[in-house]
Ligand binder design. Structure first.
Ligand code: NAD
Length: 260
């Protein structure tokens, strides 16, 4: 369905981003992977996506905390494919700490990667999308774009910020066949969540098992983790023609969490 289109997915060497990149490739799109990871593992992933789906797959190691690296990645991608038809801003990090101890460098890194990185990719992508009269911008926000949790000040601020960025870009691009939306997953069991379990346990003085049961899934009425496959399927739908009227939407996929 997306044959001939090119999707760039930031932070796609792991977790949700990898699932989204694989889903776009399965739907026929060329994909540009980005993110960190051991060179051989990333190359295996790139080659596997290309051969399994018969699409072009590239990898760009741009550090999403660096505006100059983002600009270079976007220039390379647009130079090769003419436009990035589908831009998925997914790269993200987390840090959990009480505000009075929150390290300022962690705050800066989270704002840079989770929020400013999306500003930079979007500003470089939009002109070529406008030329084609078609584009899809999909920001992977979080339930934390809609509600807060304690000890996640930088993450919650960045995710609320990306909701505002999404709406603003949607309004600017609406008459050019470009949509911009944010998907807001609840907890998905990826390395990002697995890593924060011990930190949350320390911050709250409880065990890892209690974090899963009483903190993570306590927020989700379904008592189930959201899956990578569900988020990827939503991203593919947002890229489809049937989603052309969905723009500026901040879409919860959180097992009912934000219905509270
Ligand atoms: P993950 O840790 O599995 O993957 C994060 C990806 O981002 C990796 O590919 C990593 O290499 C990349 N990355 C990190 N820093 C980067 C940088 N400076 N430059 C380029 N790439 C960088 O995490 P995930 O759970 O798949 O999270 C992906 C996105 O989904 C994040 O934006 C996260 O906030 C969001 N999200 C996750 C959950 C969840 O429960 N896992 C819930 C809601 C939203």
């Amino acid at each position: 369905m997306l044959k001939g289109k090119t999707a760039l997915v930031t932070g796609s060497t792991s977790g949700i981003g990898q699932g989204i990149a694989e889903a776009f490739a399965a739907d026929g799109a060329n994909v540009i992977l980005n993110g960190f990871g051991p060179t051989d593992a990333v190359e295996r992933l790139r080659a596997q996506i290309a051969s399994a789906h018969g699409v072009q797959a590239r990898y760009d190691a741009a550090d999403m905390s660096r505006p100059d690296a983002i600009e270079a990645m976007m220039r390379r991608a647009i130079g090769e494919f003419g436009a990035i038809d589908i831009l998925v801003n997914n790269a993200g990090i987390q840090f959990v700490s009480p505000i009075e101890d929150f390290p300022a460098d962690k705050w800066d890194a989270i704002i840079a990667i989770n929020l400013s990185g999306a500003f930079h990719t979007i500003r470089h992508a939009v002109a070529a999308m406008k030329q084609r009269g078609w584009g899809r911008i999909i920001n992977i926000a979080s339930a934390h774009a809609l509600v807060a949790s304690p000890f996640k000040s930088a993450y919650v601020a960045a995710k609320h910020g990306i909701a505002g960025l999404t709406k603003s870009v949607a309004l600017e691009a609406a008459e050019h066949g470009i949509t911009a939306n944010a998907i807001c997953p609840g907890y998905v069991l990826t390395p990002l969540v697995e890593q924060q379990i011990p930190d949350t346990a320390r911050a709250r003085g409880i065990t890892a098992e209690q974090v899963v049961k009483d903190v993570l899934l306590a927020a989700q009425p379904t008592k189930q983790f959201v899956t990578v496959g569900q988020v990827a399927a939503m991203a593919v739908f947002l890229a489809s023609e049937n989603a052309a009227s969905i723009t500026g939407a901040i879409l919860p996929m959180d097992g009912g969490w934000t219905a509270h």
